[in-house]
Ligand binder design. Sequence first.
Ligand SMILES: Cc1ncc(COP(=O)(O)O)c(C=O)c1O
Length: 318
Amino acid sequence: MAATTPPDPNTIVWFAGSYVRLGDANVNILTHALNYGTAVFEGIRGYYDEREANLNLFRALDHYRRWKLNCSILRLDVPKTPEELVEITAELCRRNRFKSNIYVRPLAYKASARIGVHSDNNDAFAIVAVPYGEYFAAAKGLKAGVVSWRRVDDLAIPGRAKICGAYANSVLAGDEAHANGHDEAIFLNNDGHVAEGSASNLFMIRRGQLVTPPITDNILEGITRDSVMQLARAELNLTVVERSIDRSELYIAEEIFFCGTAVEIAPATHVDHRPIGAGVPGPLTLKLRSVFAEAARGRIPAYRHWLTPTLAPEAVRA
Ligand SMILES: Cc1ncc(COP(=O)(O)O)c(C=O)c1O
């Protein structure tokens, strides 16, 4: 997994309404969000384009629109428009002069420093961008395992909202999967249907169709998931079906892959120690992986609108 080394404390971040050093962007130990998980995060990738010497944010406006909606579930106010948030992020890219792929972590949180679970309107947000590589070494495929933990239910902590406290659920799942010799976890929901990975959505190919759980099966409404569905229909002419998936269907699927901002597209070659298809990354998965990589890097004109270039021409020349 990427980013095991702590980011440079001199990285410029957006914190408490201004651009400051990461090393100076700290919160009180009694912060409500730190004690009770009352925060909502987002994750956005930026891809550095060597040819154009520019750093392009991938679907940044869609991410910030989703973030603000998700924040409203927890009654967290982010007093900026999605367009303003994209501009702050672009400015972070310019100030940090990144010349590599990056990951952007917006975080909105309940900021009062006191004991007591009831929340108030003291909300704050920060945006951090750091150089970032691959989340998984995914090219040769991942071994996945269904875990005994169930995906958080919408009636407990809404999984669609990227609420920080809910990620203890993902940590438990990942730990169990690793302890059982897998690279990644597969969650079932409370109905026993396949939900998603610990930090990614899941697709399978069955009878030549691309199948993924519906957004009402306690999954995160992934932006990569949406990109994959658009690309599969338009570029690969695949039929895409959103329906519940049984655990045993995974075992007889032709192909399976995970997708997400950090994960990108990661083939799963095994589930519960059983090979999927031939036990190697499947041909449709590999095609989708490559078309997604092309689109995310601005190489397919029809998807150029997904990218926000961040470096002003002067910054490129500097
Ligand atoms: C639980 C979960 N599912 C799916 C995803 C993928 O969502 P996206 O493609 O919007 O990054 C994530 C991303 O962090 C996640 O945490």
